[in-house]
Design a binder for this molecule. Structure first.
Ligand SMILES: *Cc1c(COP(=O)(O)O)cnc(C)c1O
Length: 356
């Protein structure tokens, strides 16, 4: 294992992990250089939790979320299979990623989104990459049922996380974590929406052991928002509500994968209130790491677990920061420090900065 490998520009996850992915010589590789994202030590959170806390900054993927790891594989396989159209339902990041990778491959893309439920940054990506964007007056869960039916029996590729190639690509993030740490973390914390990603990480960690890249497995913790916590509550949530739009999901497709990851690893699925998510959103931003609210759920989850005594002193913890802060500028502008008006003079600035 080469611990330096993550710091060189990524050749994309298919090139990097070719042997571990369901691709072959006939697969055209559609890549935007995804993967190879930084694993950053957080001094503040380490002190706070009395542990070693690492942030896997997935917002630095080409379209700003981890979805790219799965999309490179899903779209490459779609091209290999001569698809006519790529479709998805989305709370935003899947559509941004599907649109970009489809554009890269030169195939049409259509996305169905809940009207008003997608952050501006994400919508802007989908429209700029030339995807047809359809808005419906319904939830993500309904959108997913519609596109699933649409794709069935047609030469149309569904690229939601129910697409098995998506999860295969996404498991590579766990490979990178064990490579960069040089070991398996003790505790792994991440947001859970449709639950594909936690399923993928768990698969990745298990494969890393089978391959002899690491020993042992982390305890897996998934974090939902209180208002969108179908797994924690054990029932579908008809009208999921949370500021974290990327995990505003009431009927997760990969629920069983999440339960298996948490159950088999000795972890659990927990939920946190929106104000804890907003607090975490501020906290990582003040360390120079800008994430969207859903991503901050990991850190809110860490605090919750730490307070509950579930983070033993000195543990190695990885929090996945799933998406970039620029995805959701409206939330940032409401919650950040407000810009101040000042006269266009040095003196005025000196005074305001108390340097006069
Ligand atoms: C998609 C997404 C999630 C949720 O991932 P699932 O695989 O649906 O559980 C969390 N955060 C961000 C930023 C996302 O884009």
């Amino acid at each position: 294992m080469n611990r330096k490998s993550a710091t060189v520009p990524s050749p994309g996850v298919i090139n990097r992990y070719f042997d571990r992915l369901p691709v072959g010589a006939a697969t055209p590789i559609v890549t935007l250089g995804e993967g190879g994202t930084p694993l950053l030590l957080s001094d503040r959170l380490s002190k706070e939790a009395d542990a070693e806390v690492w942030l896997k900054y997935e917002g630095l993927n080409p379209t700003g979320s981890f979805k790219d790891r799965g999309m490179t594989v899903a779209v490459s396989k779609a091209v290999e299979g001569d698809t006519r159209l790529v479709v998805c339902a989305s709370t935003g990041n899947t559509s941004a990623s599907a649109a970009a990778y489809s554009a890269r491959a030169g195939i049409p893309c259509a996305v169905v989104v809940p009207k008003g439920g997608v952050a501006a940054g994400k919508l802007s990506q989908a429209v700029m990459h030339g995807a047809r964007v359809f808005e419906i007056d319904a939830t993500f869960d309904k959108a997913l049922r519609i596109v699933t039916e649409l794709a069935e029996g047609r030469q149309v590729t569904l690229v939601n996380s129910t697409n098995p190639f998506r999860l295969e690509g996404q498991k590579t993030a766990a490979f990178e974590v064990v490579e960069d740490l040089g070991r398996t973390p003790d505790i792994h914390i991440m947001p859970v929406g449709n639950a594909g990603n936690i399923t993928a990480y768990w698969r990745g960690y298990r494969e890393a052991v089978e391959l002899g890249w690491s020993v042992g497995r982390p305890r897996m913790y998934g974090v939902q928002a209180d208002g969108a916590a179908p797994i924690v509550r054990g029932r579908v949530v008809d009208q999921p509500r949370t500021i974290a739009s990327a995990i505003r999901i009431g009927d997760p497709a990969s629920r069983s994968g999440a339960l298996e990851a948490a159950g088999d690893s000795g972890g659990s699925i927990v939920s946190v209130p929106d104000d804890a998510i907003v607090e975490a959103y501020h906290s990582v931003a003040r360390e120079g790491v800008f994430v969207e609210p859903a991503a901050a759920a990991s850190v809110a989850g860490l605090r919750h677990l730490s307070r509950s005594g579930l983070v033993p002193r000195g543990s190695t913890v990885v929090c996945v920061l799933t998406g970039h802060g620029l995805k959701d500028p409206e939330v940032a502008l409401v919650h950040g420090l407000q810009p101040e008006r000042v006269e266009p003079q040095v003196d005025a600035l000196l005074e305001r900065l108390q340097l006069a």
